[in-house]
Design a protein around this ligand. Sequence first.
Ligand code: NAD
Length: 248
Amino acid sequence: MDRTHAIQQAAEDIRNARHTVALTGAGISAESGIPPFRGKGGVWERIDPMEFATIDAFLKNPAKVWQVLFLEMKQVLDRAHPNAAHEGLARLEQSGHLRTVITQNVDGLHQAAGNTDVIEFHGNFAWQRCQTCGQTQPSRELELAAMPPRCPCGGLWRPACVLFGELIPTTPLQRSQAITAACDVMLVIGTSAVVEPAASLPALARAAGAKIIEINPEPTPLTRRTSHYLIQGKAGEIVSRIADQCAG
Ligand code: NAD
């Protein structure tokens, strides 16, 4: 199937569905200037997230993780705006074709684009949480004069995101699994599908009878095994064209 036909097919599958969900990963935000973990370019060629984005690394040397990872991420995320793919998903919701976005991203761009039911599987960088007392505050209010930043209780502030080595909080995990099992189309956009347990959601959807449509410039471990078809290319153009066809 060529790309134009695959986009037409996706729009038809979505129009015929009762319940479509989108599962998104770092690739959907690449065109907003946020580099994904895997793939070419950006901060991750200089910083190994597997070395720095772990709870062990943070607890062992919080000042280093703040300096090397969190400050760099904060600068990138502070500058980012939704792109055509985020806007396309928001238009699909507005036209009644998409209910829920399950995202692995921590950038808040789906909400900024206008999606109203977004499950943040890995939390959100816009909030900080104290590692000791659990208090939260917006990241923009963080006092960064001293490294690592500390809560008034003396504990360490850290982004309200799931670091490698931490469990997914029960509420987003259970809700994502329930919605996945009930959908009849899942759009899988910009994820390399290697970070568990999010990577298993498409297989769960397929086992429950859903059609799996993947959008990615590269094949992934889901391609052929789990996805019914891959629309190969950048999310901005493809999601936008699908949203146009569903609206028309
Ligand atoms: P990943 O970095 O492992 O994979 C990114 C995928 O996106 C790749 O398959 C790549 O081919 C694809 N991609 C690249 N450009 C694209 C484009 N323009 N359109 C569509 N797809 C494109 O990402 P992941 O699977 O989400 O896993 C990494 C983890 O890192 C996630 O858990 C996420 O929380 C975190 N992360 C989040 C952000 C963010 O919030 N924006 C950024 C980096 C990493």
